[in-house]
Ligand binder design. Sequence first.
Ligand code: AMP
Length: 281
Amino acid sequence: MQLVTDIPSLKGIIEEKKQKGLSIGFVPTMGFLHEGHLSLMRKAREENDFMVISIFVNPLQFGEGEDYEEYPRDLERDTALAESTGCDLVFSPSVSEMYPPGYATFVQVEKLTEGLCGASRPGHFLGVTTVVAKLFNLVRPDRAYFGQKDAQQALVLIKMVEDLNMNLEIIVLPTVREPDGLAMSSRNKYLTSEQRKEAVVLYKSLKVAEALIRKGEREAEIIKENMFKTISEAKQAQVDYIEIVDTKQLSPVSRVKGRCLIAVAVKFGQTRLIDNVLVEV
Ligand code: AMP
C-alpha cells in the first residue's frame, strides 16, 4: 500500500492505472477510521481493481466554533487499518496542498443543502461538495462509496455527480452501528462515559418512529413528538433537529407516505451526533 501526500504523485499513479484499464474504487474520509469506514473500504476492495482512500480533515466543511482543531487524527493507526482491508493507496494531503494560497473555486449544490444539517451548519455542504469534486478529479474513480449515516451528504453528492456530468457511480452503504445501536462515528470519541450511554437515544428515537409507523401512525408531528420524548430521556441531550422528509427533495412531510427519511441531530455538550433511517409505507 502506498501513502501519498502530494497531488503530482497521486496524478502520476492514477494515470498509470487508467492506462492499464484498471477500475478504481474510492472512499473519501476524514480519518480516525472505524468499522463504518472499513465497511465502505471492503466493498470498494471487492468491486474494483485499484482501491484508494483519502484521509483529509477538510477545514472548508467546518463552521466557525466547530471542531476542526479537535477533530481526532491518527494517520499511523489509519494506514494500518486501511492496509488490513487491502487498500492500495492512501491519499492524505495537507491543507495547503488542497487549498494553496489564492484558491478561489467552490462547488455548490442548491436546495438539497438548505434543510437538515445544511440549516444547522451553514457552509458545511459547500465544503463537502468542493473537496469531493476535487478528490474525484484527482482520483478519477469508477465508483465512490459513501455511508447512509450521512444520508443528506450522499444525496447531495449524487446530485453533484448528476448535475456536473461526472463519470462515476456513487454507492451508498448501510450505517454500521455499535452493539447498542449507536451509529459509529469518529466524533463518538468526544463523548464522556455518561454521554456515551445516553447517546443511544438517537437510535432509540428512530426505532420508536419505525414502531409507530408499523402500527399505522402517519402524522409526522405525532411521530416527531414521540421521538422528542425518547431523546429527552437523556439528561444531556439537546435536540438540534428531528425531521421527517421525502427522499427526493428532502422537504419536510406532514404525513408519512412512500419513502421517507427520518433524521435526527442531537448535541451532547459540544458533540453533535446525527443518525437516520429510511422508511417505506
Ligand atoms: P467521515 O470520515 O466521517 O467524513 O466519513 C467518511 C465516510 O464514511 C462517509 O461516506 C460517511 O458516511 C461514512 N461513514 C461514517 N460513519 C459511518 C457508519 N457508522 N456507517 C457507515 N458509513 C459511515
